[in-house]
Write a new protein. Structure first.
Lengths: 335, 295, 346
C-alpha cells in the first residue's frame, strides 16, 4: 500500500512537467504579455530592463527551462501583475475554493446518494422517473445561468441571501454551493442509480435475502457497499471538477477563489500566475484522485489485494475496476 | 433463474436487423423521442433560419422599445437596443448548434484516430498517447479551453477549436476502450491474414464496429460543447456581443439583470432546452445500445 | 380447471400436521410488457421431515422458480404468483408479514444457490456472511455468531482461520462450501439445494454431495434437491419429481421413477443418458426443444416431442394418473387401457 502511494506521488512529476509545458507555451505564445500591459507608461529602457529581467529578450524555450528550474527549487515564479509569489497568491485563494468545493460536494453527496438508491430500488416508479428527469435537467443547465437566476431570485427579488463575495459567512456560501452542487448532484444521482441497478441484480443479494436479511439491510449494506466504487469515482471526479472548474460559478458570485484568480490572470496575460495556478489545480485534482484510489481499497477487498501485491495495475482506468469505471465514465462524460 | 431471465430477454423481437432493433428500443423511450423531436426542430431552424427570418428582426434597433418586459408583441421582451429577444434567440440557434457540432467534430477528428491507434497498436505508442491524454485531462477542460482561446485569439472559429481540443481526451479514451474490445475479433484476424494495411483494417474493419460508444459520446459531447462555449462567452473570452449567440446574449443581458432578468432567463432556457434534448437522445441511444443498463 | 384440481388434491392429501413443506397448486408467471411466461403451473409438493425430494428437469423447466417461490423470493416484477399456497413448517410463506418472512428465511428454510461464483458478496469476509445469518436468527452477540461461523466452516471442511478471508480468495468448490455453510448455519428444517454441484468439477462435486449427505444425516434436514443429473438423484434422493415446462409431469419414489417410469418424457430423460454397461448403444436424445414458455398449449406441453402423442394430447388438459399412492404421471395416454412405454419395467 505504501509503495503504491509513493509510486502514485512520483507519478505526479511527469504530470506537473507535462501540464506546465502545455500551459506555459500556450500562455507565453499568446499575443501580448503582462509587461506590455503594466509597462504602458514606462520608458523604453525601463521596459527593456524588465524584458531582460523576466527573460523576454530570450527564446520561449529559455524561459520555459528557467521556469522548470525554478519549479524544482519549489518556486512557481512571481506574478508580474500582482508582484507577489504565485504560490502565495494561490494559497491565499485556495481556502475559498476549497470551502465552495467541499460544501457543494457535501450537499450533493448527502442528497443524491439516498435519492439514487431510492430511484434504483423503486425502478420505474414515480420517484425514479421524477428524479431522473430532474437530474437530466440539472445536468443540462449551464452553471453560470443557474447561478444568475438563483441570485436574481434569492438575492434581488426576495433579499434572502447575499449574491456576491465571501463576507457573510455561511450565508454567502449557500447560493454558490447550490449552483455548483446542482450539477454534481445530477451526476451523482444518476451514477448511484445506475450502479445500484447493476448491483441489485446480483446473485449475492438473493443469497442475503434467502438467509433472512431484512430488505433495508440488503440494500443499504449488502448492495450499497458493492455499488460504492463507481459512486466514489464520480465523487472524486466531481470534487476535482469543483476544485478546478468552478471558474464560472466563482465569477458569477464574485467568489474570491482560485478560478477567479485564473480568469483575472488570463485577462492580464499574467503567464506565471496562470501556469502556476493551473499546475497546482492539476496537482490538487491528482491528489483527490489518489485519495479516491486509496478509498477503493477500503471498499473493495479485491482491489486491496491488488495494491498490496505490488501494483500490477498498468494504467488507471484498466484492470478489474474497468467495468465499474466504464459506468462512471459514461456518466462523467455528460457533464 | 439465470436461464429464465435469458429466455425472458431474448425472444421478444426476433428477426429484426440490428438497426431496427436499436430503433425499436429507442422508440419505446419517450424521453429520447421527445429529445429527438426537439433536436429535429432545432437543427431545422439552425439550417434554414437564414432563409426565412428577416435580418431586420434580429439586428434592427428600435430605441423607443428598448428594455421592454416580455409582452404580446415581444414574447421574450427587448434588449437595451430595442431588439426583439425572441427573434435574436431563434437566430442564435444557428450559432450555438454550429459551435456545438463543429467543436465535437474537431474533438472526434483528433481523438478518434488517436484512440484507435493507441488501442490497435498497443505497446509504447499506446503508453505515449495515453500518458499524454492523462496529462492533458489533468487540466480541467474549461481552463484548457481558456488557455487555448488566449493563445489563438478571441473569435468564433478559435472558440470552436478551443472547446473541441479540450474535449479530445474523452474521445481518445472511449475509442481506445472500444477498439480494445474489437481488435482481436476474428474478422480483424482475417483481414490481417489477407494482408490488408493497418490503416485499412482500422478504418474499414475496426472503427465501424466501435461506432456505438462513439456516437453516444458525440451526442453527449455536443451538449457539453454548447455549455462550454457559452460559458466562455459568459466569462468574456468567447463570442462577443452583439452576435446573437446564446452565451453572448446572456452576457449582454447580465448588465441589465437588475430589473430585466428576462434578458438572461430566455437565452439560458434556450441553452438548457438544447442541451437537455441532446442529453435525452444520448441517454436513449446508450440505453438502446446497451439494454442491460435499462432493465 | 384450477378449481377442479384443487378440489381433487384437497381430497387426496388433507393438510397433514408435521409436513415440513406443503406447496399447493402453485402457479407463477413472469409478466413483461410483451408477453407472459408461464414459469410454474399448478405444482403441488409435500415433504416430510428428513425426506429428500429430487426435482429434475431441463433448464427453464421452472425448478429454480419453484424453489424461489418457497422462499417468497420470486423477483417481483416481473414475477407474479398467480395462485396457490406454500406452507413451510405450517407457516404461510406467501402471505406472511415481512418480519415473519425474514424469520422464516434462513431459519426454517434456506437455499443453496446454483452458482457459487456469484452467490457470495465480494466485499464481506466469508465469516461475516455466515455470522450475519446467525446473528439475524439466533439473536446472539457478534462474538458468538463468529464462533458459530467458524464452526460451520470446519463442518464443511474449511479451516476456521479462513473465516477472515474474502470470497475472491476461495476456489469455486470452497465457495460452494461456504454457501452451504451459510445455508446450514441456523439449522434450517428445509434446505433447497439448487444444482449445488453443477458449477463444480467432478471430484469436487462428489465431495460436496458427500458433505450434504453427511449433514442431512446429522441434522435430519428435509431437502429439495434440484438437478438435471439423474445420477445424483439416484445417489441421494428418496422421492423424485420430474418437471417439464412448469409442470410436475411425474412424481414418485426413487424406485418408482427409476424402475417403473411412466411418463414418456421421463423415459426420454433416461434414454438420453449414456449407458456405461453397453457403450455401443446409441444415445437416444429427445427430439426437439422445450416449447416457448410464453406459448404453452392447453394440453400436454411435451406432446410435440412425444413419440406416443396423439392429436388430442396437445388440446386437452392432462389429468394425473395414479399408479400408486406415491406415484403419478401427467399423461392422458394411460386412459387407454394397456398403454405402456418402451422403457417400463426394465
Amino acid at each position: 500500500m505504501h509503495r503504491y502511494i509513493i509510486k502514485r506521488v512520483l507519478m505526479l512529476i511527469p504530470i506537473i512537467i507535462g501540464v506546465s509545458f502545455i500551459v506555459f507555451f500556450m500562455m507565453d505564445m499568446a499575443e501580448g504579455n503582462a509587461l506590455d500591459l503594466i509597462g504602458l507608461d514606462f520608458s523604453e529602457e525601463k521596459l527593456a530592463e524588465l524584458y531582460h529581467q523576466y527573460g523576454y529578450d530570450r527564446s520561449v524555450f529559455y524561459r520555459y527551462l528557467l521556469y522548470i528550474k525554478n519549479l524544482f527549487h519549489g518556486s512557481l515564479g512571481t506574478s508580474i501583475i500582482y508582484k507577489k509569489d504565485v504560490l502565495d497568491l494561490y494559497l491565499q485563494r485556495l481556502p475559498a475554493t476549497l470551502k465552495l468545493a467541499s460544501a457543494s460536494v457535501l450537499v450533493a453527496v448527502v442528497l443524491s446518494i439516498p435519492l439514487g438508491i431510492r430511484a434504483a430500488t423503486h425502478h420505474g416508479s414515480l420517484t425514479d422517473n421524477a428524479s431522473m428527469v430532474l437530474a437530466l435537467v440539472g445536468l443540462s443547465m449551464p452553471n453560470y445561468w443557474l447561478g444568475l437566476m438563483l441570485a436574481v431570485l434569492f438575492a434581488q427579488k426576495l433579499h434572502w441571501l447575499p449574491s456576491s463575495g465571501d463576507l457573510n459567512g455561511i450565508w454567502s456560501l449557500i447560493l454558490p454551493a447550490i449552483t455548483v452542487g446542482t450539477g454534481l448532484m445530477a451526476t451523482m444521482t444518476r451514477t448511484t442509480r445506475s450502479s445500484m441497478l447493476d448491483v441489485i441484480r446480483q446473485d449475492y443479494l438473493r443469497t442475503a435475502r434467502a438467509k433472512g436479511v431484512p430488505e433495508k439491510r440488503v440494500i443499504n449494506v449488502h448492495a450499497l457497499r458493492n455499488a460504492l466504487i463507481p459512486i466514489i469515482t464520480v465523487v472524486g471526479t466531481e470534487m476535482g471538477k469543483a476544485l478546478g472548474g468552478a471558474v464560472v460559478t466563482e465569477n458569477v458570485f464574485a467568489w474570491p477563489g482560485v478560478g477567479r484568480l485564473i480568469i483575472e490572470a488570463v485577462n492580464q496575460r499574467d503567464t506565471a500566475t496562470v501556469t502556476g495556478c493551473i499546475i497546482l489545480t492539476a496537482v490538487m485534482i491528482s491528489i483527490v484522485q489518489l485519495i479516491v484510489d486509496i478509498l477503493y481499497a477500503f471498499v473493495d477487498p479485491r482491489l486491496r489485494a491488488e495494491y498490496s501485491t505490488g501494483g500490477q495495475r498498468s494504467r488507471r482506468k484498466t484492470g478489474p475496476r474497468a467495468a465499474a469505471l466504464g459506468l462512471a465514465g459514461k456518466e462523467g462524460a455528460v457533464a | 433463474m439465470s436461464g429464465r431471465q435469458k429466455t425472458l430477454a431474448a425472444p421478444a423481437h426476433r428477426g429484426r436487423s440490428a438497426g431496427g432493433e436499436l430503433w425499436h428500443r429507442f422508440k419505446k423511450n419517450k424521453g429520447a423521442m421527445l429529445g429527438l423531436l426537439i433536436l429535429i426542430v432545432l437543427i431545422g431552424v439552425a439550417l434554414t433560419v437564414d432563409f426565412w427570418l428577416d435580418q431586420e428582426l434580429v439586428i434592427g434597433q428600435n430605441l423607443r422599445e428598448k428594455l421592454q418586459q416580455p409582452n404580446a408583441k415581444h414574447w421574450f421582451g427587448t434588449d437595451e437596443m430595442g431588439r426583439d429577444l425572441f427573434w435574436r434567440t431563434v437566430y442564435g440557434t444557428r450559432f450555438s448548434m454550429a459551435i456545438g457540432f463543429v467543436a465535437v467534430i474537431i474533438s472526434a477528428i483528433i481523438g478518434v484516430p488517436l484512440g484507435a491507434v493507441a488501442g490497435y497498436y498497443g505497446g509504447k505508442l499506446e503508453t505515449l498517447i495515453m500518458r499524454f491524454t492523462d496529462i492533458f485531462s489533468a487540466i480541467p477542460s474549461i481552463l484548457m479551453a481558456i488557455a487555448i482561446v488566449s493563445l489563438l485569439g478571441r473569435n468564433t472559429v478559435n472558440l470552436m477549436l478551443a472547446v473541441g481540443i479540450a474535449a479530445v481526451p474523452q474521445f481518445t479514451r472511449v475509442t481506445r476502450a472500444a477498439v480494445l474490445t474489437v481488435k482481436n475479433a476474428e474478422f480483424v484476424e482475417a483481414a490481417r491474414a489477407l494482408g490488408k494495411t493497418d490503416a485499412y483494417i482500422i478504418f474499414v474493419h475496426i472503427l465501424p464496429n466501435c461506432l456505438s460508444p462513439i456516437i453516444v459520446q458525440v451526442t453527449l459531447r455536443v451538449a457539453g460543447a454548447i455549455i462550454s462555449a457559452s460559458s466562455l462567452s459568459f466569462l468574456g473570452i468567447g463570442i462577443k456581443p452583439p452576435t446573437p449567440e446564446w452565451g453572448s446574449l446572456l452576457t449582454a443581458g447580465k448588465t441589465y439583470i437588475m430589473g430585466h432578468s428576462y434578458l438572461c432567463l430566455f437565452p439560458g432556457l434556450a441553452i438548457m432546452l438544447t442541451v437537455l434534448a441532446f442529453n435525452m437522445v444520448g441517454d436513449g441511444l446508450r440505453d438502446a445500445m446497451d439494454p442491460r443498463l435499462k432493465d | 380447471m384450477i378449481e377442479k384440481r384443487q378440489d381433487m388434491n384437497a381430497s387426496r392429501a388433507p393438510a397433514v400436521e408435521g409436513n415440513i413443506l406443503e406447496v399447493r397448486d402453485l402457479t407463477v408467471h413472469f409478466v413483461t410488457e410483451d408477453e407472459t411466461v408461464q414459469a410454474v403451473s399448478n405444482i403441488s409438493i409435500t415433504l416430510k421431515k428428513g425426506e429428500i425430494l429430487g426435482l429434475v428437469g431441463e433448464t427453464g423447466a421452472g425448478k429454480t422458480t419453484t424453489a424461489l417461490a418457497i422462499l417468497n423470493l420470486v423477483p417481483v416484477p416481473p414475477g407474479v404468483v398467480k395462485s396457490g399456497s406454500i406452507r413451510v413448517c405450517g407457516k404461510d410463506v406467501l402471505n406472511a408479514p415481512v418480519r415473519e418472512l425474514e424469520q422464516i428465511r434462513g431459519s426454517d428454510v434456506s437455499m443453496i444457490f446454483q452458482d457459487p461464483m456469484t452467490s457470495l458478496n465480494p466485499v464481506f469476509t466469508v465469516g461475516d456472511q455466515i455470522a450475519e445469518s446467525v446473528m439475524m436468527h439466533d439473536k446472539c452477540s457478534k462474538a458468538e455468531a463468529w464462533e458459530r461461523a467458524e464452526e460451520m466452516l470446519e463442518l464443511v471442511g474449511i479451516p476456521r482461520e479462513r473465516a477472515y478471508e474474502y470470497p475472491h480468495q476461495f476456489s469455486g468448490g470452497m465457495k460452494q462450501r461456504v454457501v452451504i455453510a451459510i445455508a446450514l448455519s441456523c439449522n434450517p428444517k428445509l434446505l433447497l439445494a439448487d444444482e449445488p454441484t453443477t458449477a463444480l468439477d467432478v471430484t469436487i462435486q462428489a465431495q460436496v454431495l458427500d458433505l450434504m449427505c453427511d449433514l442431512k444425516e446429522k441434522f435430519d434436514t428435509s431437502m429439495i434437491f434440484i438437478t438435471h443429473d439423474l445420477g445424483i438423484i439416484a445417489e441421494i434422493c428418496d422421492r423424485v419429481a420430474v418437471m417439464y415446462a412448469g409442470r410436475i409431469i411425474e412424481e414418485g419414489t426413487l424406485e418408482e421413477i427409476f424402475n417403473h417410469t411412466k411418463h414418456p418424457y421421463t423415459e426420454g430423460l433416461f434414454n438420453s443418458l449414456p449407458n456405461i454397461e453397453d457403450r455401443t448403444a446409441k444415445l437416444r436424445p429427445i427430439p426437439g426443444l422445450m416449447p416457448d414458455p410464453t406459448k404453452l398449449p392447453k394440453g400436454c406441453a411435451f406432446a410435440p416431442r412425444c413419440p406416443y402423442a396423439r392429436p388430442e394430447c396437445i388440446e386437452t388438459p392432462q389429468e394425473p394418473k395414479y399408479f400408486s399412492d406415491t406415484h403419478f404421471a401427467l399423461c392422458s395416454a394411460y386412459s387407454e387401457p394397456g398403454f405402456r412405454i418402451d422403457r417400463e419395467e426394465v
